[in-house]
Design a protein around this ligand. Structure first.
Ligand SMILES: [Zn+2]
Ligand SMILES: [Zn+2]
Length: 186
């Protein structure tokens, strides 16, 4: 997966309303009272910082999740099963949606192993059952990762551990996942 897409930022409700009313999205100060250019987003450097911080964190996870499900065509990356619902409502009849009750948006390299939170290349669709297996693998690897990281250097990245440690390499290879699946489906 090399797909690195830019995220469309969703503004908070209050920020959206303030912008619509020609106010600073962070503090609500009307543009008329600004001492800087009014085609800028916020009334001050301070407010810009607040705005950026808020909206970085509120990048809507639900939105990212649904993008990933759609990109993966609602197919679990491990077992290959598809979990889609066909809409029955007249306005959307026939359109497909992810069966969210069956799907998990998984961080391929876990966050605890320095995996990227918002990188679409680090996200995949898994079904609930396969996610349980993946989580078990992750937990072992996270423990291993922490051991190596503590022992060697604080700046060890997942990649270092991944390439140096055969156990980790094995657990994330396709062969291993296939083996796991064989165990799951007799
Ligand atoms: Zn402001
Ligand atoms: Zn699955």
């Amino acid at each position: 997966m090399t797909d690195r897409e830019a995220y469309r930022i969703k503004y908070s409700k209050i920020a959206t309303e303030r912008m619509k009313d020609d106010q600073c999205p962070s503090c609500g100060k009307p543009k008329k009272e600004w001492t800087r250019r009014t085609d800028w987003r916020c009334c001050s450097v301070e407010c810009t910082k607040i705005f950026d911080k808020e909206h970085d964190q509120s990048l809507n996870w639900d939105w990212v999740r649904s993008r990933i499900f759609k990109r993966d065509n609602y197919i679990c990356a491990m077992c290959g099963e598809r979990f889609a619902i066909v809409a029955k409502h007249p306005d959307f009849k026939g359109e497909e949606y992810a069966d969210s009750s069956q799907l998990i948006c998984d961080h391929i390299v876990p966050l605890a192993m320095d995996g990227a939170m918002w990188d679409m290349g680090n996200l995949q669709t898994l079904c609930i059952e396969c996610n349980k297996i993946k989580t078990a693998i992750d937990l072992k690897n996270i423990a291993e990762f922490k051991k190596i990281k503590d022992k060697k250097s604080k700046h060890h990245t997942f990649k270092d551990v991944y390439t140096k440690n055969k156990i980790l390499h094995k657990t994330y290879s396709k062969v291993y996942i296939l083996k796991v699946l064989q165990l799951r489906k007799p």
